[in-house]
Design a binder for this molecule. Structure first.
Ligand code: EPU
Length: 357
């Protein structure tokens, strides 16, 4: 008999913010670490594919998944301690990231205000190193606690260094641990410096501060500005299903970026510490005319060309077709290859990792 927190043949449509149709062989709603241990001992669990699911806000479902989907719902957020420089705060994997950030701000621990309002869970956030408005989660990460589900079921701690973070990337994503269910993140610990400084370098934040006549913004003011900016451009998945940015901002060699920018002076370019240059994928897409256009039941959003939206009843093939059309248009015009940003979940035998890589 299956444990009572596991449902066979479960509908995954409500579990992905792009609202694609798919079923899971088994859906386990995980509310505690003990339930993970129960699952590991269960004979049905052995040898079946697994996938660890947070809020489903960065996910493309490529069809039915025959194995176990572990929907992480472990609750809890707490103050762990402090030293002279920092305060340490823990979020259990199932906490809503957005609620966690709101809690830190309301409790008087600023630092995460630029990352306010990002959908998804705290446990999923480090996997793709979520970032927005000039900040990334990796800058504040102290430790990740994860359970080794493939071997001994023991807990392992990862430091920020162990995670080898990069732009929308970490060792968890690179090694495919989110797809294989090897390490299941149960808790994330943040270190917020007591010497707070406003991060206002992001163009739109600076412009909004100037417009409001604010010179030394408080954390709450920055949170409010970020919330307003997000609301202007990023569609609420409850009203218009989407998975946030559908493509990464491509990193290209500096010489290539310089040549492109001399041909297209308004192309936004962001020099990176490693000498490469990040280009604004939204700008590239908008230039090809795909902003606000539909193909099948999906389209690129009219306020943010980087966001692919489900206009109603979309299938994975709709998503694949539009993704392909946009990538081809951008490549034909600029010679730049766009890489999808969300994780794609497919039946393991089909070995799809991302559409059209
Ligand atoms: N732009 C356009 N057309 C558009 C939208 C934007 O030309 O339709 C231009 C803007 O004028 C700007 C540039 O593109 O010069 C960048 O736009 P924006 O500031 O909106 O950010 P983005 O690069 O498109 C990234 C993240 C978002 C994050 C925002 C804000 C990625 C893949 N996306 O988008 O993250 O919220 O910056 O910091 O890095 C997500 O990952 O799901 C996500 C929403």
């Amino acid at each position: 008999m299956l444990p009572d927190f596991v449902s066979p043949q479960a509908d995954l449509a409500p579990y992905n913010t792009l609202a694609l149709p798919a079923r899971a062989g088994f859906l386990a709603r995980i509310h505690s670490v003990e339930q993970l241990a129960t699952l590991m001992r269960h004979p049905e669990f052995a040898g079946r594919p697994r996938f660890v699911l947070g809020g489903g806000s960065n996910l493309i479902l490529a069809g039915d998944f025959p194995g176990f989907v572990l929907n992480m719902r472990i609750p809890g957020k707490r103050w762990l301690g402090e030293d002279a420089d920092c305060v340490y705060l823990a979020a259990a994997a199932g906490e809503s990231w957005s609620d966690f950030v709101d809690w830190t701000l309301a409790s008087g621990w600023p630092g995460l205000e630029n990352l306010v309002g990002i959908p998804g869970t705290a446990g999923a956030a480090p996997i793709q190193n979520i970032g927005a408005y000039g900040a990334e989660i990796s800058e504040f990460l102290h430790r990740i606690v994860a359970l080794d589900m493939a071997r001994d079921g023991k807990t392992r701690a990862f430091t920020a260094r162990d995670c080898a973070f990069d732009y929308r990337d970490s060792i968890f994503k690179r090694e495919g641990w989110h797809l294989s269910g090897r390490y299941v993140i149960t808790e994330v610990v943040f270190r917020l410096p007591k010497a707070w400084r406003a991060r206002a370098a992001y163009g739109e934040i600076g412009a909004e501060l100037a417009r409001r006549g604010i010179q030394n913004p408080a954390p709450a003011e920055l949170a409010q500005i970020v919330t307003a900016l997000r609301a202007q451009k990023l569609p609420d998945p409850r009203a218009l299903p989407n998975a946030g940015s559908f493509f990464q901002n491509p990193k290209v060699p500096a010489r290539f970026a310089a040549a492109l920018q001399s041909a297209h002076p308004s192309l936004p370019c962001y020099p990176q510490p490693d000498g490469s240059v990040k280009l604004a994928a939204a700008w590239l897409i908008e230039q090809t005319g795909w902003k606000g256009r539909n193909l099948g039941a999906v389209g690129m959003h009219e306020q943010q060309a980087l966001v692919l939206v489900n206009r109603g009843g979309a299938s994975y093939h709709d998503v694949l077709n539009l993704s392909r059309a946009v990538r081809e248009a951008v490549f034909a015009r600029f010679g730049v290859s766009l890489i999808p940003e969300p994780v794609t979940l497919a039946a393991p035998s089909r070995a799809v990792v991302a559409p059209e890589k």
